[in-house]
Design a protein around this ligand. Structure first.
Ligand code: G
Ligand code: G
Ligand code: MN
Ligand code: NA
Length: 255
């Protein structure tokens, strides 16, 4: 309960911050976008990561409030980065929580944010996990269709770890699969993991999806996901999630 009260206070007192992690096209090595990752600069406990406080936020309306704050902050930031010449195609990926998806006004929030910052819908991707979608597949399909018709991409996050039926995926309008980093880290030592990833990639490519490998930490892992056909990758090998000014520098150095 204490953390809950502190968290309400945190939103209004600028203690929340977004870090950003680059996502690269594995074919060209170009940075094609970033994923926004939430942090809480707690006055006494230091920098807190979402697993410490998001579950608490998700028990109340706070989950939606934080989600709205994240979306707005990420859109404001990508509007700035997209303004740079040659970076018109740049995309911001934003994680959407269960509560934000089911109890927020996600479509309205997205429209407002695109509007507020004059942002091209193509500059935004929403990351949704299978678990959030499977809660009510029909409703989710409608909501996601609305987003994708607007031109906002939908990416399935942590793919392979949740439970989702292929039948459900069939009707879902999504543009990318993100292969969970647990597969990527096991892949180099486990042939079974490698075959699993190969299968996921083949399916993704055959469906014309982007296939994004998460959590690439070593050049050996990079090599392997590239050979298996992943189109994009992110991970500590390229960059940890970093504050916005550091990310601005990283992006400038990439050109
Ligand atoms: O870097 P990392 O510790 O940030 O993220 C931990 C977990 O928190 C991941 O599962 C990630 O998807 C989730 N997460 C990070 N940022 C956000 C956010 O802004 N909103 C939601 N809903 N989840 C987030
Ligand atoms: O669940 P989601 O995929 O949204 O969350 C991404 C999580 O993975 C964040 O906690 C982020 O900080 C973390 N992450 C990103 N790259 C790496 C990596 O290369 N190695 C590890 N161990 N974690 C990573
Ligand atoms: Mn994610
Ligand atoms: Na993930």
């Amino acid at each position: 309960l204490r953390l809950d009260a502190e968290l309400r206070h945190a939103i209004d007192n600028d203690q929340l911050e977004l870090f950003y992690q680059p996502i690269l096209a594995l074919g060209t090595g170009q940075v094609t976008g970033v994923e926004a990752l939430l942090r809480w600069r707690h006055p006494t406990r230091g920098l807190l990561v979402p697993p410490v406080f998001l579950p608490i936020a998700e028990e109340s309306d706070l989950g939606v409030r934080i989600g709205t704050w994240v979306l707005r902050t990420a859109c404001r930031q990508v509007a700035q980065w997209c303004r740079e010449p040659g970076r018109e195609q740049f995309r911001m990926s934003v994680n959407v929580s269960n509560r934000q998806f089911w109890q927020g006004r996600l479509i309205e929030d997205v429209i407002n944010c695109l509007d507020a910052y004059g942002l091209d819908p193509g500059c935004l991707a929403l990351e949704i996990t299978e678990g959030v979608i499977m809660h009510d597949v029909r409703q989710a399909t409608q909501l996601l269709a609305g987003l994708s018709e607007m031109g906002v991409e939908v990416h399935i996050d942590d793919f392979g770890t949740g439970y989702s039926s292929l039948e459900a995926l069939h009707d879902l309008p999504f543009a990318a699969l993100k292969i969970d980093r647990s597969f990527v880290s096991r892949m180099t030592t486990s042939p079974r993991s490698r075959e699993l990833v190969r299968t996921i990639v083949t399916m993704g490519l055959n469906l014309d999806l982007q296939v994004i490998a998460e959590g690439i930490e070593t050049s050996e892992e990079l090599d392997l996901v590239r050979r298996l056909g992943c189109t994009h990758g992110q991970g500590y090998l390229y960059s940890r999630p970093v504050p916005s000014d550091e990310c601005t520098k990283y992006l400038a150095e990439q050109r």
